[in-house]
Design a binder for this molecule. Structure first.
Ligand SMILES: O=C(O)c1ccccc1N[C@@H]1O[C@H](COP(=O)(O)O)[C@@H](O)[C@H]1O
Length: 217
């Protein structure tokens, strides 16, 4: 609850509710506390995103309906056909594109992105965290992301968000170098790991400057 209030007070736009059971940030969708967090986020005008990894379509749709989520984020190996099941029923999708952390050609990045292009899909460009899927604090090679944005995302008007190892110390540089307008953070505003820090959330948002901030609870 305090995390949501800290996000709202700091000027965050979106909160992520993590429904991936193995994560340290997991929230039980049936728990009263989760419903209270979700209600407070809604009252605070925060855009609420449910984060899922390789969950069944029925379970995701049920949780999205019960909590009246604004969007669902897929961070696993979900297919295009899987994602279309949500678009078909009017649920907005954020699709995580997990990229290697090494320098990459713009065309190579786009080969990971192009199958997801759809007006209702926002790309979340994140560092590949291996078996953990995400939330691991690894950073992308930001100049490569900038080259991809210039050659593909801008001309095609693709909505995208930068994630991966962002912290209050590096987020300004990450935005400048990658040219990202919006950013997403999980571990970078925690102390200790898995516990959000209101002070770090504030520092992160201040360091961000203008643009959107998504924060995964
Ligand atoms: O946060 C998690 O535990 C998580 C687990 C599985 C998939 C995605 C997860 N989080 C997402 O990963 C990005 C990047 O995290 P970080 O900032 O590098 O720690 C995060 O913003 C979430 O969208």
């Amino acid at each position: 609850m305090e995390d949501v209030q800290a996000c709202a007070d700091a000027g965050v736009d979106c909160v992520g509710l993590n429904f991936y059971r193995p994560s340290v940030r997991y929230l039980d969708p049936l728990a009263e506390e989760t419903q209270a967090i979700n209600s407070l986020a809604s009252q605070c005008g925060l855009y609420r995103v449910g984060l899922f990894v390789n969950e069944s379509i029925e379970t995701v749709q049920e949780i999205a309906k019960q909590l009246q989520l604004d969007a669902v984020q897929f961070h696993g190996d979900e297919t295009v056909e899987y994602v279309q099941q949500f678009l078909r029923v009017g649920i907005a999708v954020i699709r995580a594109i997990r990229l290697p952390t090494v320098p990459m050609e713009a065309g190579a990045i786009h080969s990971h992105v192009e199958r997801w292009i759809d007006p209702s899909v926002t790309m979340l460009i994140d560092a590949d965290a291996g078996a953990q899927f995400g939330g691991g604090g690894k950073q992308l090679h930001w100049p490569s992301i900038a080259a991809w944005a210039r050659q593909y995302a801008e001309p095609l008007n693709l909505p995208w968000i930068l994630a991966g190892g962002l912290t209050p110390q590096c987020v300004s540089e990450a935005k400048r170098v990658s040219t990202a307008g919006r950013v997403d953070v999980a571990s970078g505003v925690e102390n200790p790991r898995g516990t959000k820090s209101a002070a770090l959330i504030r520092e992160f948002v201040q360091a961000c400057g203008p643009g959107g901030v998504d924060e995964t609870a």
